[in-house]
Structures are given as structure tokens and as C-alpha cells.
Design a protein around this ligand. Structure first.
Ligand SMILES: Nc1ncnc2c1ncn2[C@@H]1O[C@H](COP(=O)(O)OP(=O)(O)OP(=O)(O)O)[C@@H](O)[C@H]1O
Ligand SMILES: O=P(O)(O)O[C@H]1[C@H](OP(=O)(O)O)[C@@H](OP(=O)(O)O)[C@@H](O)[C@@H](O)[C@@H]1OP(=O)(O)O
Ligand SMILES: [Mg+2]
Ligand SMILES: [Mg+2]
Length: 364
């Protein structure tokens, strides 16, 4: 994928389009930078904030939203009462994307089902998902646990991930588990949290050269960037490692951030190794990325998401999807302003192939 894609943004007409954005203040601060608002404005789009704490019908009475983009918690859907709004304006306003579809990405099992058995064929490459099993601590006794570990064919190390990827900090608290004892410890800690305990997904850790490919999708627009990931664990070392290692949002560092880590190598010696891994790593075939994005748009019915993909260190034709995130941090992409603006123009001109049908289920 070219990093610096030229904008395809062209204004075909003098019409202005109104696009509402409904999201939490932190997300607005990250995404709606003045540079995006200005770029969109120059190309005919006025981006208008929607108050997520009161019914939309009571807001902007003189504006007609061509489309609304959103990243919201369920309580905000209730507050906004979009159902009421859409029953009045549903034929002319599009919600991107409908919450009942977004919700499928908030569960790490249903999320990865979208990426299972993908019929992609680009130069022998395959795209699959790592083996994973769910443990609900409420339903797993000590004996069950032994049986479960034996039956599941889980091979250590594994990564323990909260089943629900609902945007909370907790949902990003992951843990590398090196052996049975480590797993028992993790599950016991989880159980000690009592009623707040959530099920855990145990996902096979796959060595992948310390690089994760983040594929950002916005309708037909697709970009892939490399990011820092967990380092490989050589097999001989894996056999000696015990217990657990907690981590969170490791791939949030961009390559530029890693440059900082490199110059700071005394402080963070690993940074230099990760950086060279990232620099050296070849990007996946452009067509593979495009096909993956298209297949996932079709399967999920969603337009705005990113996909974390790793490449098996033992087999460079084997790609694995490890995570899919709704409405990710697009602003981390170089030149994200034309990327988002081009997508929004497609939306208001009704170009995206998978804009939600009649916005059905939008208030579920
Ligand atoms: N199965 C795996 N094998 C190897 N490394 C993995 C695996 N799953 C996750 N990782 C590493 O852990 C990181 C975080 O995992 P994951 O993306 O599932 O968590 P997340 O909290 O949902 O992340 P995000 O911030 O992207 O939402 C990945 O970016 C990757 O570096
Ligand atoms: O804020 P950031 O720029 O880090 O974006 C992250 C985004 O947080 P935000 O929604 O608060 O923006 C996360 O959403 P939740 O899972 O927590 O809902 C998730 O999508 C990450 O994958 C994004 O990081 P990226 O994958 O793009 O690196
Ligand atoms: Mg991820
Ligand atoms: Mg995620």
C-alpha cells in the first residue's frame, strides 16, 4: 500500500453536505482535528458535532444530516434516541454504521468468526485466525479447568484477552500466559474480581517477527501500516518460561514513536530491536490487503474499522487476523484527512457498496 496516497478528493458539484459526528470528547479530540475539519470543509463537507447526551431530534432543527458517523456506548444510543430521529429522517439520513453490526466486533469470538475461512487467493497466501478457546470462570471449576486445558489442545504460550472488546481500558488488558500454572493464576485473579469477572479468550500466541500490520478500512478506502508488536518467543525459551506477563495496547506506538524509543535505547533497549524488525518487515501484497478489506466489509456489513494482521514467522504465506476494531484511531495514519474526506464524500454520494440497509437495527 502506498503510504502517501494522493487524495482522490474532487468536488464534482457545488452542493454542500452535512455530516454529523456523535462520539465521546476524547475520540473527537483524537479524530476531528482542525486539519480534518478544514480539509472536509474545502471539499464540500461540513462536520457538525452531535451532543451524545440528548435526543438528536431536539438538536440542529434547521439542519439536514446527509449522514452520521458515530462511535458510541449503548447508553448514548438511548440518550440520542436515534430511532425517533430516523423514523422521521431515515429515508435521507444514513447512519454509519448500525450498532447491531458494530456490536459483533465487541466480542472477540464473533469478531474473529468474520475472518475465519476467508476465500482469499493472492500468491498462495492464506488469511485465517489463531486457535482460541473461551473460559467462563463462573462455569469452570478446578476439575473442569484441568479437563478444559487438556481437551482444548491449547499450546502455551497463549494470550488471555477479555472476551468483551467494548472500548473500556479493562478490555485492552491482555496477558501472556506461559504455562498451566500461569493460566490458573490468571483465572484465579479474574475470579477474585467477583461479579465484575468477564469471560476470557485464550488465544494461541503465534511468533510473527514483532510486527503487526494494521489495515485501516473506510468504505472502499484501505491503508496498511506497520506497527510494533510483541517480540517472538523462541521455542526453547517458551519451554522454560513460567507464569504470566501483563501488557496493554502495545501496538499503539507508531513507527515514529519507535524512533523515539530507539534514540532512547539506554532506557528501552528493546526499542531498537523492534524498530529494525519493523523497518525490515515486508508489507503484505497490496491485493491481499484489498481483498481482505473487501471480504470483511462484506461479511461484517461495516464500513469503518481496522484489522490487526500478523504473519506467521514459520510460514510467510500464512497471515492471521488477531483483532478487528470499530472506528479506530484513523488520525494516526499519515494524510488521514483526505482518506476520511474521500470516504465521507463516497457516503454522501451513496457510493459505498455496503451502507447499512435502511439503517435497520440502528437503535437496537
Ligand atoms: N495471537 C497472537 N499472537 C501473537 N501476538 C498477538 C496475538 N494476539 C495479540 N497479539 C499482540 O498483542 C497486541 C494486542 O492484542 P489485540 O490487538 O488483540 O488487543 P486489543 O487490546 O484489542 O488491541 P487494540 O488496541 O488494537 O484494540 C497485538 O497488537 C499483537 O501485538
Ligand atoms: O484512540 P486511538 O487512536 O488509540 O484508537 C484506538 C481506539 O481508541 P479510541 O476509540 O478511543 O480512539 C480503540 O478503540 P476501543 O477498542 O478502545 O473502542 C481501538 O480501536 C484501537 O485499535 C485504536 O488504536 P489503533 O488500532 O487505531 O492504533
Ligand atoms: Mg489490536
Ligand atoms: Mg482491539
Amino acid at each position: 500500500m502506498p503510504q502517501e496516497q494522493a487524495s482522490q478528493t474532487q468536488t464534482h458539484d457545488d452542493e454542500r453536505y452535512i455530516i454529523g459526528y456523535a462520539m465521546e470528547p476524547k475520540k473527537i479530540q483524537n479524530l476531528l482535528k482542525p486539519s480534518l475539519i478544514e480539509h472536509a470543509r474545502k471539499h464540500g463537507i461540513d462536520l457538525i458535532p452531535i451532543d451524545i447526551n440528548k435526543p438528536l431530534i431536539q438538536q440542529h432543527p434547521n439542519l439536514h444530516f446527509h449522514c452520521i458517523i458515530q462511535k458510541l456506548q449503548p447508553k448514548h444510543w438511548d440518550n440520542l434516541n436515534l430511532h425517533q430521529y430516523m423514523s422521521k429522517h431515515g429515508t435521507t439520513t444514513t447512519i454509519i454504521d448500525p450498532p447491531h453490526l458494530v456490536r459483533k466486533l465487541q466480542n472477540r469470538v464473533s469478531m474473529l468468526e468474520f475472518a475465519s475461512n476467508l476465500p482469499l487467493s493472492v500468491q498462495n497466501a492464506t488469511v485465517g485466525v489463531p486457535y482460541q478457546a473461551v473460559i467462563d470462570i463462573h462455569k469452570t471449576s478446578g476439575d473442569d479447568f484441568e479437563e478444559m486445558v487438556t481437551d482444548s489442545n491449547l499450546r502455551f504460550p497463549v494470550i488471555a484477552k477479555p472476551l468483551y472488546a467494548d472500548g473500556t481500558m479493562k478490555s485492552h488488558e491482555l496477558c501472556l500466559v506461559f504455562d498451566r500454572e500461569g493460566l490458573r493464576e490468571t483465572l484465579n485473579k479474574n475470579a477474585a474480581a467477583g461479579s465484575t469477572t468477564t469471560p476470557v479468550v485464550l488465544q494461541e500466541f503465534v511468533n510473527h517477527g514483532g510486527v503487526v500490520f494494521k489495515v485501516y478500512v473506510a468504505g472502499e478506502h484501505v491503508r496498511c501500516v506497520k506497527r510494533r508488536s510483541l517480540p517472538d518467543i523462541p521455542e526453547e525459551k517458551a519451554e522454560t518460561l513460567k507464569g504470566t506477563l501483563k501488557f496493554s495496547q502495545i501496538s499503539n506506538f507508531t513507527v515514529q514513536d519507535d524512533n523515539g524509543a530507539k534514540s532512547n535505547a539506554g532506557h528501552n533497549g528493546d526499542g531498537a530491536n523492534h524498530l529494525s524488525n519493523i523497518e525490515r518487515a515486508e508489507m503484505p501484497e497490496e491485493n491481499l490487503i484489498k481483498e481482505l478489506a473487501r471480504a470483511l466489509r462484506e461479511r461484517t456489513g461495516l464500513n469503518m474499522f481496522n484489522v490487526d494482521v500478523i504473519r506467521d514467522a514459520k510460514d510467510c504465506t500464512r497471515y492471521l487476523v488477531i483483532d478487528i476494531n470499530y472506528f479506530p484511531g484513523y488520525a494516526k495514519l499519515p494524510c488521514y484527512e483526505p482518506f476520511i474526506t474521500d470516504f465521507l464524500l463516497d457516503c454522501v454520494r451513496n457510493k459505498p457498496a455496503f451502507v447499512c440497509e435502511e439503517n435497520q437495527g440502528m437503535n437496537e
